[in-house]
Design a protein around this ligand. Structure first.
Ligand code: HEC
Length: 138
């Protein structure tokens, strides 16, 4: 029994090592979108839109709703960044977690129409960009 557990443990460890070795920074394993496209097409525009709302407070309910939408999209992309064998290491995972947590917080503050709150959480959100880029953007 012990021996079987040991063999199973080694198999799991080898699978984990293989998963890390196979990780793709520039593109996932099976889906066509490159990291560059996800950044330029999704992350950058939605991040910039929240940045605009930080500079100039949303004027009405519809504008606040748009801020919440931008935050919700960034929250979803934090999952995509971890899918399809993209994640190479702890720096990437950590940056994705920061993006996920902070975008969720921006979303909550936007729904509460709390401008100072959105600004504070947005500052945390942008830490995710630097954290990942420092390690992985060549
Ligand atoms: C988990 C990792 C990760 C996170 C988080 C991340 N990026 Fe990136 N980003 C990358 C990588 C890797 C590249 C380089 C992609 C390449 O050129 O192949 C990149 C490239 C970019 C580019 C250049 C795209 C181009 O067309 O060359 C922009 C703009 C960008 N990121 C914006 C952001 C912003 C804004 C944030 C934060 C809201 C962010 N990124 C968060 C990994 C990340």
């Amino acid at each position: 029994m012990k021996r079987i557990m040991l063999v199973a443990g080694v198999a799991v460890a080898l699978t984990l090592v293989a998963a890390v070795a196979d990780a793709q920074v520039k593109k996932g394993k099976t889906r066509p979108a490159t990291t560059k496209q996800l950044m330029g097409g999704i992350v950058q525009p939605h991040c910039a839109a929240i940045g605009e709302a930080v500079k100039q407070a949303p004027a009405d309910d519809a504008a606040w709703e748009k801020v919440a939408t931008h935050a919700a999209v960034l929250n979803e992309i934090s999952y995509t960044l971890m899918d399809d064998g993209r994640c190479p290491d702890a720096d990437w995972a950590n940056a994705s977690t920061i993006l996920r947590t902070a975008s969720d917080a921006v979303l909550v503050k936007a729904l509460a129409k709390d401008h100072a709150g959105v600004a504070a959480e947005f500052a945390k959100l942008t830490e995710s960009c630097g954290t990942c880029h420092k390690a992985h953007k060549k």
